[in-house]
Design a protein around this ligand. Structure first.
Ligand code: CTP
Ligand code: MG
Length: 228
């Protein structure tokens, strides 16, 4: 197996009222547990590197131990921004891995099938991002609220994780970005800026990100339905 997974889980959940999303119980188990089990069950991941914060490190370590997954799980410490946390995780990926999969702990509805689809797309393209069509009309607006432009909706998609990259491309993208790497809101953006071809593959509309309380309600309903 040639792909490591990096799972950023060091956020503070501010838009959720400061609740730690990785440890948030959803349908009976923490969000991070759903993620780690899906990665493990995919059968295409060699090891998992979970990026925790100083504050949740102990809880994250206990959870990883309690799950008793059959693949190695390592917990490392992240930074104040998602970009810093992901980079800290990527630095722990063994040099002989060909690919790295990045998946947010805040997306607990990921399935083993979606993980396998992500790897298959990366094997084909070198850099692959889960994405779904946008259903709203998106407007670019100025700071005073005036609409600047309305991009043609059929050309827009919403990016999710998993995102999978050739490890050598991602490392080169960090090098080429210089000090700018920290401003990227996802790692695909770094590769795009560095000139690597990045392709989307079909994500899953159910693979939502826990951001605000409504996402928690919906995620729980979906997980309960899946368990029936
Ligand atoms: N993340 C991280 N390190 C950070 C910030 C975010 O590892 N310094 C992780 C989060 O734990 C989450 C993912 O990146 O799994 C996506 O981030 P987001 O949804 O923004 O989560 P939070 O930063 O925790 O939430 P908020 O922005 O509302 O504080
Ligand atoms: Mg955040």
């Amino acid at each position: 197996m040639t792909c490591s997974a990096v799972v950023p889980a060091a956020g503070r959940g501010q838009r959720l009222g400061g609740r730690e999303k990785p440890l948030l119980p959803l349908a009976g188990r923490p969000a991070l547990a759903w993620v780690l089990e899906a990665l493990s069950a995919s059968g295409v991941i060699a090891e998992i590197i979970v990026v925790a914060s100083e504050a949740n490190r102990e809880a994250v370590e206990s959870l990883c131990t309690a799950l008793g997954l059959s693949l190695p799980v390592q917990v490392v410490i992240g930074g104040a921004e998602r970009a810093l946390s992901v980079r800290a995780g990527v630095e722990h990926v063994p040099d002989d891995r060909r690919y790295v999969l990045i998946h947010d702990a805040a997306r607990p509805l990921v399935t083993p099938e979606l993980v396998r689809r992500a790897i298959a797309a990366a094997l084909r393209h070198g850099a692959a991002v889960a994405a779904i069509p946008v259903t709203d009309t998106i407007k670019q607006v100025a700071s005073d609220g005036r609409v600047v432009t309305t991009p043609e909706r059929s050309t827009l998609v919403a990016a999710q994780t998993p995102q999978v990259f050739r490890l050598d491309w991602l490392r080169e993208a960090y090098r080429r970005a210089g000090a700018q790497w920290v401003t990227a809101t996802d790692e695909a953006m770094l590769l795009e800026r560095a000139g690597f071809p990045v392709f989307v593959f079909p994500g899953d509309p159910e693979n939502l990100k826990l951001t605000t309380p409504i996402d928690v309600t919906i995620a729980e309903l979906i997980l309960e339905r899946r368990m029936r």
